[in-house]
Design a protein around this ligand. Structure first.
Ligand code: SF4
Length: 244
């Protein structure tokens, strides 16, 4: 991959206070989402990944008792040394909750991971990028790779969802419907506003304007909703689109 040197550690003091680290894994195993170039942050060199990840995890203090771990794809794409280091870091810093991201295709791997971390007294909150509950739009336009149109089924495996808004074809009504569905079935909703990148799907400034005028004021004070108008809003990242 080309040079990518983002900020990888930050502390979020507002809603759902937590520390956040952006680690590097073997890479997203899906890589087909037509809006995403975030998956370019990966390496097949597990030792190099764990060395890089160790440096970031050393910064974690446990200040809020919660840690969010994001990486280029799903947390199951992290190497075993990094997973062990995450566990050790949480235990030694008194962190009882980890937020991870995971693609739908790995849904059946989530339960064993929940048990594995629970054995160390750590609860997992697993977030998945649904982007929209309109499955026709999602699969024919975004190529997200989720083969169900049932939010109930998605919620059997995941606690939180990411939505992608500001896309051509979205309306105030369709975006709000997605937010309402997300809030009805999941503990938290993270709304990512589409950012221009090297992939085919581009942000729609008109739709982003509608979001900013009509939906941002309605949901910005909702404690269960994060809104990322920029993809670096959590203080990590710097050259890519969000994902799970
Ligand atoms: S959005 Fe997530 S699942 Fe899709 S290609 Fe990017 S990293 Fe992979």
């Amino acid at each position: 991959m080309e040079d990518f040197n983002p900020c990888r550690y930050a502390v979020i003091n507002e809603k759902n206070p937590r520390e956040i680290v952006m680690l590097r894994g073997f890479g997203c195993s899906w890589r087909r989402c037509r809006f995403c170039d975030y998956h370019l942050d990966f390496s097949q060199d597990g030792k190099a990944n764990s060395a890089l990840n160790q440096k970031q995890l050393e910064k974690v203090t446990g200040i809020h008792g919660k840690l969010e771990v994001i990486n280029s794809g799903s947390f199951v794409d992290l190497d075993e040394d990094t997973l062990a280091l995450i566990t050790k870091t949480c235990v030694s810093r008194g962190i009882g909750q980890i937020h991870f991201e995971c693609h739908w295709r790995h849904r059946k791997e989530t339960a064993p991971f929940r048990r594995r971390f629970a054995a160390h007294g750590i609860e997992l909150k697993i977030k998945t990028g649904v982007e929209t509950f309109d499955s026709l739009f999602r699969e024919s336009y975004l190529s997200k790779g989720i083969d169900t149109d049932s939010p109930e089924e998605i919620a059997q495996f995941f606690d939180e969802v990411c939505l992608l808004q500001g896309l051509p074809g979205q309306t105030a009504e369709s975006m709000e419907q997605d937010i309402r569905t997300g809030l009805a079935f999941f503990e938290r909703v993270c709304i990512n506003i589409m950012q221009k990148n090297r992939r085919p799907i581009q942000p729609d400034p008109g739709v982003i304007g509608i979001f900013a005028r009509e939906l941002y004021p309605k949901y910005i004070n909702n404690d269960r909703v994060d809104i990322l108008m920029e993809n670096t809003a959590f203080g990590v990242g710097g050259a890519a689109e969000h994902a799970e």
